[in-house]
Design a protein around this ligand. Sequence first.
Ligand code: AVI
Length: 320
Amino acid sequence: MATSKQLQFIANDAVALAVREGLSATPRRLPCWLLYDAIGSDLFEQITELPEYYLTRTERGILERYAGEILQQAGPSLTLVELGAGTASKTCILIEELLQRQSRVLFYPIDVSPSALDEAVRQLGRQFPALRVNPIAADYTGGVHALSRISGRKLVLYIGSSIGNFDIPDAIRLLRHIRQTMRPGDALLLGADFAKSPRILLPAYDDAQGVTARFTRNILARLNRELEADFCLDLFRHVALWNRRDSRMEIYLESTTSHAVFIPALDMDLLLEAGERIHIENSYKYTPGMIGELLRQSGFQLEQSWTDYHKWFGVHLARV
Ligand code: AVI
C-alpha cells in the first residue's frame, strides 16, 4: 500500500490528470495512449500477429512490394526518421532497400518507449552493420520538435496507421506540426487504413482469441497498478463498433453491472451503471478522398499512393 505522500505524488502525474478528467466527463472516456504501458505494448505486438488484424501484414506487404518505388519517389541521399518507431520492425524493409542505393544511411527512430528503442538499435545493428541509428526517446511533441534539428534530406515515416487514432482536427494539428519541421525536398510517408466492410473491420478489433479485449481491459489493470484503483476487470465487456458516419472503429469498455469503483490516488469514487460505457479509442478508416484532404489541410501535397490487392491499406508519399 502506498503512503499518502506517494499517492499525492502519483496523483500529480500525467496519468492521474488524464484519468481524473476522462472519468469525470459525461460520457466517460480514457485517452488511448494509456493503453501502452509495458504490458499493453506487449499485447499490441500480439495483436499485430493475429489473423483478423490485417493492418500490419498488409502494410508490410505494400512496403515489401514497393520499397524501391517509394524510395525512388522520395529522392536521393535520404536520412530516415520514424515517428512512433517502436521496434521499427517494418522499417527494415525500407532500410534494406536504401542501403542498396546509398553507402551511408542514417536512421532516427523516435518513440516514447526507451525499451522499444533499445530493441530497435540492437536488432538493426545486428542486421545492418552499415546503418547508423540515432534513437530519440520522446513523445509526439518532443519527437516532432527533434525533427527540426535533423539535417539532410529527410524521409519522415509515420506508418502503422497511428494517425488513425487521432480525431481529424488533432490529426491535422499533428501533421501541420510535422510539416513545419520539414524543408523543401523532404517527404512524408504516411501509412493509413482504408474504410472497408464491417465484416473485415469488426473481427480485426474483436478477435476470436480475445487478445484485443485483454489489450483494452489492461487500461483498467494499469489504473489498478498505478493508481491503486479497484476495477474488477471481469465486470467490463470489450465493445468494438463501426461508426459508418464518422468512418471509424470505436472501442469501449462496458460495465456489465451497476457497481462502484474507488481510485485512492485521486480520492475519486465512481458509480457505474449497468451498460455504461467508457470510451477508450477511435481508429479512423479513410477513403482516398479523406487522405488527400487530410494532407492538404495539413499543408502537404499528396504525390503518390501505394496500396494492396484488396485496397485495404494505403501508404502515401507527400511533400511540403
Ligand atoms: C496503434 N493503432 C494503429 C491500432 C489501431 O488499429 O488503431 C491500435 C489498436 N487498437 C485495437 N487494436 C489495435
